[in-house]
Ligand binder design. Sequence first.
Ligand SMILES: [Cu+2]
Length: 146
Amino acid sequence: MGTFFLIATFIFIFESCNKKKESLKIENAWVTESIPGSGINAAYMKITNLSDKDETLLSIDCDNFETAEFHSMTEEGGVMKMNQMDSVLIKPGAAMVFEPGGAHIMLLKSKHDLKAGQKISLNLHFQNAGIKSLTGDVKKIEDEAK
Ligand SMILES: [Cu+2]
């Protein structure tokens, strides 16, 4: 009984320490299947700032692409336009959502075409949290966009 309690206490402390370090939550990362030969893909995800400080997403890199840009969408006279953002500020407690039809991450100059069902690793560079690496699923956009 005593030993069990001790172990339970250690697990609890370990979990608390782990959670304290997580200043960001990144969910549902996925990348569009390639249009053959286009060299351009879009990446989507939701990033929540769990810290009490401003966080800035500075850049994203991926082995399969030469560059990545952050794009927002605005409507001008009934036409949707993409605008490049240098970085993405996420306020404490707020979330940045990259989604089809809205803000997105544009992956440019791909080395290989991506097929639905593949996985792809992305490195996100944050001002405070440093580099966060994650794996996204490659999906057909028509399966995801509603
Ligand atoms: Cu774009």
